[in-house]
Design a protein around this ligand. Structure first.
Ligand code: THU
Length: 133
């Protein structure tokens, strides 16, 4: 799947966002190393700090289905500027795929691409083997 198609999946996923507090819907679509796509949207809560971002929903769906390596993740929000993943999501993405590409899109069809490691240089790591079960 190419980046534009992945971004389209992220846009579709943003329609499922539960964002009554921020009114800021976000969608994400994660492409695994073997070609599967997992989507996510932000899920807010009346206790605001419990909100989970679209990117982390997509990552946890992929990991819980047995996929730990991703090639790319597209993130979409209907904004002016391409949406940029928050610091917490960058750390979670770095756990699994520092070389993964992040495609950041907006409501105008623009997007920018950067590697996870570029978005979060010096990510925290305990140097454990993520592939051991
Ligand atoms: N949000 C995401 O889902 N992903 C991002 O990359 C940025 C922020 C969500 C969290 C919250 O529901 C809303 O956007 C406003 O912060």
């Amino acid at each position: 799947m190419n980046y534009l198609d992945l971004l389209e999946e992220a846009k579709k996923a943003s329609a499922m966002a539960y964002a009554p507090y921020s009114q800021f819907p976000v969608g994400a679509a994660l492409l695994t190393a073997s070609g599967e796509v997992f989507t996510g949207c932000n899920v807010e809560n009346a206790s605001y700090g419990l909100t989970i971002c679209a990117e982390r929903v997509a990552v946890t769906k992929a990991v819980s289905a047995g996929f730990r390596e991703f090639k790319a993740i597209a993130v979409f929000a209907p904004t002016g500027e391409p949406v940029s993943p928050c610091g917490a999501c960058r750390q979670v993405l770095a756990e699994f795929s520092p070389d993964g590409e992040v495609i950041m899109g907006n409501g105008k069809g623009d997007y920018v691409v950067a590697k996870v490691a570029e978005l979060l240089p010096g990510a925290f790591s305990l140097k454990t083997d993520k592939n051991s079960r």
